[in-house]
Structure formats: C-alpha cells, structure tokens
Design a protein around this ligand. Structure first.
Ligand code: ZN
Length: 134
C-alpha cells in the first residue's frame, strides 16, 4: 500500500451531506460523479491530499443502498493507493486475504478498484485503487 487515498462515507442524501461537509471543511467538493454500474453517486473533498468520498445510492439494489439499510450512514471504506491492483490482488491473496472480486473494475475518480472481504480485515471494508492510465 502506498498511501491512504480516500475515506468513503455512505450518506442518504448527497446534496445535504455535501452542504454539511462543505460547512465542516470550509470548501466545496471538487467533483461529483455518477458510477452507473455501481449504482452510486459520489462527491470528493480534498483534505490535505487525502480525499473524503461521500457516496449515495442511486438505486435500491446497489450495495450502498443495502449498507445504508442495515448499518445506516457513516464510515464505509478505507481506500489505499497501489501501483497495480492486479499485482496487489495476487500478493494479498497469497497472504490469504480474500477479495470481493477477482479483478479490478472501473471506479469513481478515474480509478481501477477492487474491494477486500471485510471479514478478513476486522470488518473494515478496504478498497485498493490504482490511477487509470490514459
Ligand atoms: Zn472509494
């Protein structure tokens, strides 16, 4: 892992939470982005190089909708930057960590991402992300 890249927070209403975090952090999100295939809308705040990602569900069957239903709003995941998601999956699998999928998929903020199984990481959902090239 190179560095903590962002912290994901699940919210019920992105617009309201954008206003709340703007009030808290003293600046607006630098971008808002829909990730259609994940059924989420996200916004990003930059806090000294580490980002806060607010995540709202855009459909009832998205994983975020399920998370909100069972656990409510709050801390959802930690994301670490890696050079290569593919290599990290291999390395971590060799160390007996489990992934939620076998390969990287496109995420928000121009990243290729994969999530690790939270059961293997003290119930913390960990995302690995790699800057997409080109
Ligand atoms: Zn994330």
């Amino acid at each position: 892992m190179e560095k903590l890249e962002h912290i994901g927070i699940a919210v019920k209403n992105l617009q309201k939470s954008n206003e709340l975090f703007e009030k808290l952090l003293g600046k607006p999100p630098y971008k808002t982005e829909d990730v259609e295939r994940e059924g989420v809308r996200t916004s990003f705040f930059d806090v000294g190089g580490i980002k806060i990602e607010l995540i709202e569900a855009t459909r009832a069957n998205s994983p975020i909708a399920k998370f909100l239903e069972t656990r409510g709003e709050g801390l959802h995941h930690l994301a670490f930057a890696v050079d290569s998601v593919k290599e990290s999956i291999e390395e971590l699998s060799n160390k007996e960590f489990r992934m939620l999928s076998d390969e990287a998929k496109p995420g928000a903020d121009n990243k290729m991402i994969v999530f690790m199984h939270p059961k293997g990481t003290n119930n913390v959902l960990v995302e690995l992300c790699e800057e997409r090239k080109g």
